[in-house]
Design a binder for this molecule. Structure first.
Ligand SMILES: Nc1ncnc2c1ncn2[C@@H]1O[C@H](COP(=O)(O)OP(=O)(O)OP(=O)(O)O)[C@@H](O)[C@H]1O
Length: 454
């Protein structure tokens, strides 16, 4: 029989890789090998892999097979059609059984017997080949809460970079307009990192009051101030062994930035009321929608802090810069909310699709998500029409569309939402200008946008 299919072998033992490659090249059209699973996501996106023989233990990770299970789930999440055969030590058979429940086709126990191994792999290949051809053609959408990367050119370099840096401990700065998915990306990086079994702790620097900054981040000891009724650990300590995500980093007042810098540099902190420095093992990810370079120029952000936090800079493009992803994302949200609200919605009619593509989406993916949720609730039949999208006038491309009258407004909230959208539209998305025009601070505008899903 002619050789068919692409097999990928993932094992950190080079001798095993070499001997298996010789053996299996006799049976498969292409045999690829990887000595570490870290680049597995990139490889399976680039190569047409049909089948993976996946080791359960990697010397870099914890030697309990969990790493194998983790990668199995990743493969199944990214490319459910790829068949995975687990390669396991005798002691890990229970884990391999868990792996079967998680979607593995089969498992082979080490030390292996060549004939048996070949037979198991060929059977797994046959099982996958043909059976799931239909599924392969459908776009792969992630589960609720999972990140959808999309296929646009604008996110490709970002994705490559994320694959490369996730496993390292480099400090990462994520930038992007509000609602582009910075928080989601931070979680994705944690999930892809070697710290994934450790905690992921978030501190929203816009929400922590100045007086509680130190206590929230570094903790305090009982009696150190009036409300310190008991010892309390801070985020730096809670994130030990995992990832600390400092969201809205630009909102940290200048005079507190030096304290943060010291803790980041030394990877140690002192609880309020104590004088004992404690060390912590964290991977730091920061995020902001502001231009930190400009803030440095204006003297609002410390240059040394910026230098420290952005070892790797990841910028998420605005949704309007990745138009190819609008309809797939809208489809993903529609599927999610149609199921949630018990609607039989299969898609969008042509006008609705055009409207979705022509919107500037100043609130990015968050705004799209809110619009689709509302549309799912309002729609009858099996297609979403433009009316159900309820996009505010400023979002409509037609210049002569009549402004909404006050009678059309149902609530004060809707009025405020509409005013904000109009102001942002007028200022071409410049939030500082829009805030000035509305007579509120940038932070207030930002909070309101979050609240209204803009
Ligand atoms: N790539 C994505 N795939 C699926 N959902 C996404 C994606 N990116 C963002 N979302 C959804 O959009 C919403 C906003 O995402 P997120 O909070 O991560 O954005 P953000 O950039 O951190 O926002 P902000 O600037 O307001 O802090 C969330 O509900 C999230 O689930």
């Amino acid at each position: 029989m002619a050789k068919q299919g692409t097999l990928l072998i993932v094992d950190d033992n080079q001798n095993i890789l070499t001997s298996l490659r010789y053996l299996l090249e006799e049976h498969f059209a292409q045999v690829l090998t990887l000595s570490s699973p870290t680049t597995l996501p990139t490889l399976i996106r680039q190569e047409p892999v049909d089948l993976i023989l996946l080791d359960m233990n990697f010397s870099s990770g914890i030697n309990n097979g969990n790493e194998g299970l983790y990668w199995l789930r990743e493969i199944k999440r990214m490319k459910p059609q790829i068949q995975v055969v687990l390669f396991t030590a005798y002691a890990d058979i229970n884990l391999a059984v868990t792996g079967l429940k998680d979607g593995a086709s089969d498992f082979v126990v080490k030390p292996w017997e060549n004939g048996r191994l070949v037979q198991t792999l060929l059977e797994a290949y046959r099982k996958g080949n043909g059976k799931d051809k239909k599924k392969q053609l459908a776009p792969q959408m992630p589960d609720e809460g999972a990140m959808y990367w999309g296929e646009s050119e604008a996110v490709k370099p970002l994705r490559m970079l994320v694959d490369k840096v996730s496993a390292t401990d480099a400090n990462i700065l994520i930038t992007g307009e509000n609602g582009t998915g910075k928080d989601m990306l931070a979680r994705e990086i944690h999930r892809l990192s070697n710290r994934r079994n450790g905690p992921m702790v978030t501190a929203d620097m816009g929400a922590i009051t100045e007086s509680l900054f130190e206590s929230e981040l570094f903790g305090h000891v009982k009696g150190s101030f009036t409300d310190a009724h008991a010892d309390r650990i801070g985020r730096f300590e809670a994130a030990n062994g995992g990832t600390l995500f400092l969201d809205e980093i630009a909102n940290l007042p200048y005079h507190l930035q030096a304290k943060l810098l010291t803790a980041i540099q030394k990877r140690s902190f002192v609880r309020v009321g104590s004088n004992r420095p404690q060390s912590t093992d964290i991977r730091l990810i920061c995020a902001t929608n502001r231009d930190l370079d400009e803030m440095v120029r204006k003297g609002e952000f410390r240059e040394d802090l910026l230098f420290r936090i952005n070892t790797i800079h990841l910028h998420i493009p605005a949704l309007r810069e990745r138009k190819e992803d609008i309809l797939p994302l809208a489809g993903l949200f529609l599927k999610r909310y149609a199921a949630k609200y018990g609607r039989n919605l299969q898609g969008f009619d042509e006008e609705a699709r055009k409207l979705l593509l022509s919107c500037p989406w100043y609130g990015n993916i968050r705004e799209l998500q809110h619009v689709i949720e509302k549309a799912a609730i309002l729609s009858d039949g099996d297609e979403v029409k433009t009316d159900a999208l309820q996009l505010a006038p400023a979002h409509h491309p037609e210049p002569d569309r009549k402004a909404q009258t006050e009678e059309d407004m149902q609530t004060l909230d809707e009025m405020e939402r509409s005013l904000i959208i109009k102001a942002i539209g007028k200022c071409s998305g410049n939030l500082s200008q829009a805030a000035a025009q509305l007579g509120v601070t940038r932070q207030t505008l930002y909070n309101k946008m979050k609240r209204y899903g803009i």
